[in-house]
Design a protein around this ligand. Structure first.
Ligand code: SF4
Length: 490
């Protein structure tokens, strides 16, 4: 039911914008691997190309040649809000009385259903089933009324509740918007002194050789067109709520978010984990790839040697972002292979970033034991995930989350077959990240949602009525109602 995507945009009349967008999407491929698309404008019209598949599969030289223009937006998608079909691939294009508009959206609105019903009652029809199409059609209708896409966006933003970092394309401008909580990252860069670039992560700027200018501010609308770059603060909130999972797992380690290099943040989590969850072992190994920095930090602080014990086939997508359970289970086996000589006869301390459903972890631990390890101790750099995400990350229904299903860490340990299991605490996570709590969304650990979730949306993911969780004072009992946005403590 949701998506985690990569968005890109470039206003660069003197640049090869479609090829630069292609490379930008290439750098953002880790954020979505089901479909990719580019919309390009030349001052008069917008041309769109999108297909199912990886960026490198979707585009070839001939396709990029046909996408010529001066400005472009791009999208790499992982589907969940809306099914895995071409109709839901992005960018999407709509028409208004002044021309066309295209959207590339990362995040998830929580009031999509209400907005869509209202529009359908007024005669609007939809081709896809995603929140992004609702956003696009709202902007088109609003533009019919206001006369400009910029004004239409400013009018729509207060009506969108939830997470959105998005780029919009018109025939003559690229416009970036970010929700007032800043849940998903979005940055602004400059290429060759004049082109403006927007991207989900700074790694996309790095790849195309653009200089990082700044982050898009929560609630900000930024326009790049022939008059240059202008910005306005459309919405403000008393707090921010950047998804902490961007640091833990989602973003690329070579990206910087809020001035913090993701690799450093993950390493800090590993160091803190070693302080709080020490264990006797012979070697610390990461679960590749996202567990690497935390494992390095854990080894540094614990003094235990660091080693590789699992080799990843780099051409298999991350199992966490494969939407189907059958593919996920198969993915464990085709994704990782144990280094038997490094594991046999040793006590392994295996460090990873998170446990979602537990199936992947169980498979990996079994693999390590089969390779001859005498003990497998698991250390997790994030706290237990016990609440679903409504803001654009596929952490599943509560009934699928192992930490929501089990009543204790000990029960999870037994379920995944480890000799010991240690999670990071929420306080430990904040200390390791060195980012203030008031800037982050921690809802999948705490159940305290910074943007209030409508009841029907909340119920759709709360398959568990009760949880017997008894560990830790920081976490509320399951079933505790989510506070409203302004009431949310830190
Ligand atoms: S609920 Fe969790 S995954 Fe979703 S935005 Fe908040 S921290 Fe991120």
């Amino acid at each position: 039911m949701r998506e985690e995507c990569g968005v890109f945009g470039i206003y660069g009349p003197d640049e090869d914008v479609s090829r630069l967008t292609y490379f930008g999407l290439f750098a953002l491929q880790h954020r979505g691997q089901e479909s990719a698309g580019i919309a390009v404008a030349d001052g008069r019209d917008i041309t769109l190309y999108r297909e199912m598949g990886l960026v490198s599969q979707v585009f070839d030289e001939a396709t990029l040649e046909r996408l010529s223009g001066d400005l472009a937006i791009g999208h790499a998608r992982y589907s969940t809000t809306g099914s895995t079909t071409l109709a839901n691939a992005q960018p999407m294009v709509a028409e208004w009385r002044g021309g066309k508009i295209a959207i590339s959206h990362n995040g998830n609105l929580i009031n999509t259903l209400a907005l869509r019903r209202e529009m359908e009652a007024q005669g609007e029809t939809f081709e896809a089933s995603s929140d992004s199409e609702v956003m696009l059609r709202m902007v088109a209708r609003e533009a019919d009324r206001t006369g400009t896409v910029e004004e239409a966006l400013a009018a729509c933003m207060p009506q969108w509740h939830g997470a959105y970092s998005a780029t919009f394309l018109t025939e003559k401008s690229v416009i970036a918007v970010r929700d007032p909580y800043g849940v998903r990252p979005l940055c602004v860069g400059r290429l060759n002194g004049q082109a403006t670039v927007f991207a989900s992560e700074t790694c996309a700027l790095n790849l195309i050789g653009a200089e990082f200018l700044r982050e898009a501010q929560p609630g900000e609308l930024i326009v790049a067109d022939e008059d240059g770059l202008r910005s306005r603060a459309v919405l403000t909130t008393p707090r921010q709520a950047l998804c902490v999972f961007e640091y833990i797992y989602l973003a690329r380690p070579d990206s910087k978010i809020s001035d913090r290099l993701v690799h450093e943040a993950r390493r800090g989590l590993g160091r803190q984990l070693a302080d709080d969850q020490p264990v006797d072992g012979d070697v610390v190994i990461p679960v590749p790839d996202t567990g690497w920095p935390a494992a390095i930090g854990y080894a540094e602080r614990s003094g235990l040697p660091f080693g590789e014990g699992l080799i990843r086939n780099r051409y298999v997508p991350r199992t966490f972002i494969q939407p189907d359970q059958r593919l996920r289970e198969l993915g464990v086996k085709i994704k990782l292979n144990p280094l038997r000589d490094a594991l046999a006869g040793r006590r392994i301390v295996m460090v990873d970033d998170s446990i979602v459903r537990g199936t992947t972890k169980r498979g990996i631990i079994g693999m390590i034991r089969d390779a001859g390890a005498t003990e497998v101790h698991v250390r997790i750099s994030a706290p237990p995930i016990r609440w679903p995400c409504y803001y654009g990350v596929d952490t599943s229904n509560r009934s699928e989350l192992i930490a929501a299903r089990c009543s204790s860490v000990e029960e999870i340990r037994r379920a995944i077959g480890a000799d010991s299991l240690g999670y990071q605490s929420i306080q430990g996570m904040l200390k390791g990240l060195q980012i203030p709590r008031r800037k982050l969304c921690l809802a999948c650990f705490t159940g305290r949602y910074p943007i209030a979730i409508p009841k029907d949306v909340r119920l759709s993911k709360l398959d568990l009525e009760e949880s017997a969780w008894r560990e830790g004072e920081e976490e509320p009992r399951a079933g505790t109602p989510a506070p409203s946005p302004t009431e949310t403590p830190g």
